[in-house]
Structure formats: C-alpha cells, structure tokens
Design a protein around this ligand. Structure first.
Ligand code: FES
Length: 115
C-alpha cells in the first residue's frame, strides 16, 4: 500500500494510483481522503453531493448513494496544514500520478477552491 502526501486543494489535490483517483474532501462532517471513483460504475465521486443527512455521497451519474463512512474507512489519512498523507490501497509498485481534480461545493466546505 503506497503512503503518499499530496495537496488538500488546488493543483496536485489528486493522486492517481494504478489508475484510481483519490482526493481530500471536506464535508460538513469533516475532512477525509476518498476514492474519487464511484463503486457503481466508476462515476466522478469528486463531483458528488452529500445527501441531506450528510452520511451518503450522491454520485452525479446515476444518483446512487455511497456511504461516506465507508469511503473514509478505506483510506487512513492525516492532514497537516495544506497537505495530507494517506495510505492508499494498491500495489507499492503501482504507477502514481499527481494531478488536479475539481471538487463539488459539497466536498469543499470551507475551502476557497470550488467546482
Ligand atoms: S457510476 Fe455512480 S451511481 Fe452509477
């Protein structure tokens, strides 16, 4: 499992490991690193909207909900200022790419950068 440090917002706010993107998302319930790919059919979870309870992220493709708690448990992470260090699932030899992904307003609460 690769241990990676990346930006919580702006350029470099996404790490892609073996083709799967991960971002730091901040909802009203707090911040966490989540897989930015929907478990249903790979939709853009970085553009998801929290449901009214704040417990599910609603994917923009088919509007299915994914448990935010479950997504958070997948990725142990610690934020320090403007960066976060996370243990990402995958082979340590996987290709790692740092890039930018825009976040929906519901996933960038309290952040100046929004979609
Ligand atoms: S791809 Fe996300 S709900 Fe279908």
């Amino acid at each position: 499992m690769p241990v990676l440090t990346f930006a919580v917002s702006g350029p470099g706010n996404c790490v892609e490991v073996g083709g799967v993107p991960y971002v730091y998302a901040r909802t009203a319930q707090g911040g966490s690193v989540i897989r930015a790919s929907c478990p249903h059919r790979g939709g853009p979870l970085h553009l998801a909207t929290p449901d009214p309870t704040g417990r599910q992220l609603v994917c923009p493709w088919h509007e299915r909900g994914t448990s935010l708690g479950r997504l958070r448990k997948e990725i142990p992470a610690v934020r320090r200022g403007s960066v976060v260090t996370a243990v990402i699932p995958g082979d340590p030899g996987s290709t790692v790419v740092h890039r930018h992904l825009p976040l929906s307003p519901g996933l960038s609460v309290g952040c100046r950068e929004q979609f």
